[in-house]
Design a binder for this molecule. Structure first.
Ligand SMILES: [Mg+2]
Length: 344
């Protein structure tokens, strides 16, 4: 089996601002594993931290890693070897997604059917980044212009403080009223404990359905204090990469946001889902700046997940791939073998 890869620059239609900064696009690495008959395709979107390996680094790391791999090994064994070598989770994800896609193509089955999972029934959120209330009033009609969404994820945790967050959120509620959506909030760790308590109560009064990563990564010790008497369900995202991260604080959260780029692809996601089941936690699935390739892979397992946030491909100009499609607000996997996505 041969491994090929190439980097494609992907550009966002609307730049996305979160608590830690603004992103306009990324250099994503696309990996192809060819067994001579079928080609499995995977994708990674790199970390935004300049001290982490970028796509060029990951291309070299994966080429080196693949040289020593016995092609007879199973996906899980290859995944574990890559994880043991401390390869960046997003690089492992690109490889793992390609291997699952290849396996599906060889067996003429989708990843979903190989894992015996149902089709998704929960709609995907569309994400609204941090911006001024004036910009919110302009942006929301544009987001809903051509597509129907049933939930809106609002990014808060602005460095300008919780009064800014409140003003922005109030405008988001007002502007989205006519589209009849459920709002949820992602603070991306932008609040301290006191702010998180106040905002959770304030948002609960405004019918938000849950709050994601209220406290910063590293501040998990305070989850215990926030969880007690919480006004809304609390999900963690940045605090959880791999399944083992859940062990420390599973008693103090309601659920976990799985991202293929954080947990090394489908294999890591399945491990997290098992851990959530063990600890009686709910799950959500989100994304980084990914195209339809890894979004379609994520959609394959989304039928067992309570909240879906697979929208990064909808904000690309252009999306270099096609795959899962938005049908009545639900990101629906297609019937093709593997993950069902193709590079254009
Ligand atoms: Mg998040």
């Amino acid at each position: 089996m041969r491994l090929f890869s190439r980097i494609i620059q992907i550009k966002k239609r609307f730049p996305l601002t979160i608590s830690r900064g603004t992103h306009t696009g990324s250099s994503n690495l696309f990996v192809v594993i060819d067994d001579g008959e079928h080609k499995g395709i995977g994708e990674m979107s790199p970390s935004k931290d300049p001290s982490d390996p970028n796509s060029e680094d990951c291309k070299n790391i994966l080429n080196e890693f693949w040289k020593d791999i016995n092609p007879k090994l199973g996906i899980k064994e290859i995944w574990q070897l890559a994880k043991d070598k401390n390869i960046a989770p997003y690089a492992i994800a690109a490889l793992d997604i390609a291997l699952w896609d290849l396996k599906g193509k060889k067996q003429n089955e989708s990843i979903r059917t190989m894992l015996n999972m149902p089709l998704p029934s929960a709609p995907t959120s569309i994400t609204l980044g941090i911006m001024s209330p004036e910009e919110v009033a302009i942006r929301i009609p544009l987001l809903f212009e051509n597509q129907k969404f049933k939930s809106l994820k609002v990014k808060l945790g602005s460095p300008d403080g919780i009064e800014f967050d409140k003003a922005m959120f109030s405008q988001a509620l007002e502007s989205s009223k006519e589209f009849d959506v459920i709002c949820r909030v992602d603070a991306n760790g932008g609040w301290n404990l006191e702010q998180a308590k106040r905002m959770t109560e304030w948002l609960a009064e405004r019918n938000v359905d849950y709050i994601e990563q209220p406290l910063a990564k590293g501040d998990e010790g305070n989850l215990k204090n926030l969880y007690k008497n919480r006004a809304l369900p609390i999900y963690v995202d940045e605090s959880c990469n791999y399944a083992e991260d859940i062990e420390e604080w599973h008693e103090y959260v309601d659920g976990v946001n799985i991202k293929l780029m954080k947990c090394g692809g489908i294999t890591g996601a399945v491990e997290i889902l098992e851990s959530c089941k063990t600890h009686n936690l709910k799950s959500m699935i989100g994304c980084m700046g990914e195209s339809s390739v890894s979004i379609s892979a994520a959609a394959q397992i989304s039928g067992v997940i309570q909240h879906i946030d697979l929208d990064s491909h909808l904000n690309l100009s252009p999306d270099p791939a096609t795959g899962a499609e938005l049908i009545d607000g639900i990101l629906m996997p297609n019937d093709l073998p593997g993950h069902g996505a193709k590079l254009k």
